[in-house]
Ligand binder design. Structure first.
Ligand code: C2O
Ligand code: CU
Length: 469
């Protein structure tokens, strides 16, 4: 795979990049549902000289429109499927009514080409969320289907402006086409997943977003990539992390690079301190400027006082951790630690797999591109990971015995990360480490729990749990 980044990145730096189209939000008001139409589109996301890329998008663009709704409101969205294959929409991180969770084969039938589905649900928490398909998501998300869902706080937060930055990366060929040949490559599936070679923000490469000096911004960051851990460094700003995965957290001053794993969100409250151009930089593997914030004029003459924390989420203050049911989830397999054997699980959106319930050797599993297992099953197990009455408290021990990081995501609930106290719906677990999260399982239904490195999910890392009403 040729990396586009270096050479084209230089070209990009010297050319004039069009200002970011910060998309106008779709407001969820009134009686008619909002419409999200999924279809094939073409959009300039690559380097200027390569021309537009064929993608899939909602309402004709990548990333999908920003949906805004107020906390406690009812959101109605009609999905129109104009693709040539089935799809669904999952509202990531929303403590949603189970029937509206958008998981094909579990909470709904997939929406066939030419058909529609009405999502209708109440949003209990204010914060930064996002939406994406839950049917062949490893491919549908990588082709461009995702967008921000912003739930506004009941009381406005004291900032001058908010900016939603949906960060994604793409695997483009030298001429700017989406690299389709590599979809489903066993190497990606058994290693770190489908990593891109070309990052964008809200579907634009390196957008220019005008700001003012001493302006206070709330930056809502969303990682919509299949597999990439973004390491972010804001330059020309000072500020704090104020929320993670949509939920307020104690303010934490930004003193080091911020790691944002796939599906995670992070809200920053920052003040523009430079007089020149502030930058959101991607550090690590590539040193890449994700977005530029040219400063034009002053918002005020001096910097504001320190920000105050966001209103906290409606989650239990004190979890009875000692009474929690203890559940462990062991991640195994992948390159370098190959599976010895595992039971084949179910995979709703893959049709060429051996029958569920069969125990196979790692080599045989690999023939079917099953490389990973959760508690000894590669794919969705017949029995839930846990089965509890609504209200029970569960501590999950997420044990990573593989040589790769994983980001475990559970549906319908937030859980408290025991080491940091943060409420999460998606947690990064580094190789060889164990992390614990505790949730009050109070949202009835069957819910998925899976690795949000979407190529790992399809290659075995999927499970589910049951909460009885
Ligand atoms: Cu963001 Cu199960 O997904
Ligand atoms: Cu993973």
């Amino acid at each position: 795979m040729t990396m586009l980044t270096r050479r084209h990145y230089l070209a990009l730096n010297t050319s004039l990049v069009a200002s970011a189209a910060i998309p106008g939000p779709l407001w969820a008001e009134g009686h008619d549902p909002l419409v999200l139409k999924a279809s094939a589109i073409s959009q300039q996301i690559g380097p200027d000289q390569t021309g537009p890329t064929s993608l899939w998008g909602y309402n004709g663009k990548v990333s999908g429109p920003e949906i805004r709704v107020r906390q406690g409101d009812r959101l109605r969205v009609r999905l129109d499927n104009d693709l040539e294959e089935p799809t669904t929409i999952h509202w990531h991180g929303i403590r949603i009514d189970n029937a509206m969770d958008g998981v094909a084969g579990m909470t709904q039938q997939p929406v066939k080409p030419g058909e529609s589905f009405l999502y209708d649900f109440v949003v209990p928490d204010a914060g930064t969320f996002w939406y994406h398909p839950h049917y062949r998501s490893w491919e549908q998300v990588a082709r461009g289907l995702s967008g921000p869902l912003i739930v506004e706080d009941a009381e406005p937060v004291a900032v001058d402006r908010e900016l939603t930055l949906l960060i994604d990366d793409w695997r483009l060929t030298e001429n700017g086409a989406l690299d389709e040949d590599s979809f489903g490559h066993g190497h990606d599936w058994s290693h770190a997943g489908r990593l891109g070679n070309w990052p964008t923000v809200n579907g634009s490469p390196q957008p220019d977003i005008k700001v003012k000096r001493h302006e206070r911004l709330r930056l809502r960051l969303i990682n919509a990539a299949n597999a990439t851990l973004f390491t972010l460094r804001p330059e020309g700003f000072t500020g704090v992390v104020a929320a993670r995965d949509g939920m307020a957290c104690p303010l934490q001053e930004i003193t080091e690079d911020l790691v944002l794993a796939p599906a995670q969100r992070m809200d920053l409250i920052v003040d523009v301190t430079t007089q020149d151009t502030a930058i959101l930089r991607l550090t690590g593997r590539e040193n890449f400027v994700l977005a530029r914030f040219p400063v034009t004029g002053d918002a005020r003459t001096t910097q504001l006082e320190s920000p105050v924390p966001l209103p906290s989420a409606r989650l239990p203050e004190h979890l009875p951790v000692k009474q929690a049911k203890q559940v462990s989830l062991t991640m195994e397999g992948g390159a370098m630690r190959w599976l010895r054997e595992a039971v084949v699980g179910h995979q709703y959106d893959m049709h060429d797999r051996p029958e569920a319930g069969t125990k196979l050797s790692g080599t045989d599993l690999a023939q079917h591109k099953l490389y990973w297992a959760l508690n000894g099953t590669a794919g969705m197990p017949a029995d839930p990971l846990f089965d509890v009455q609504a209200g029970e408290v569960v501590t999950l021990h997420l044990v990573n015995q593989t040589a790769f990081p994983h980001v475990m995501h559970w549906h319908g609930h937030h859980a408290r990360h025991m080491r940091t106290g943060h409420w999460r719906d998606s947690l990064l677990v580094r190789p060889g480490e164990t992390e614990m999260v505790t949730m009050q399982a109070d949202n009835p239904g069957d819910w998925m729990l899976h690795c949000h490195m979407l190529d790992h999910q399809v290659a075995g890392m999927g499970s589910w749990f049951r909460v009885r009403a």
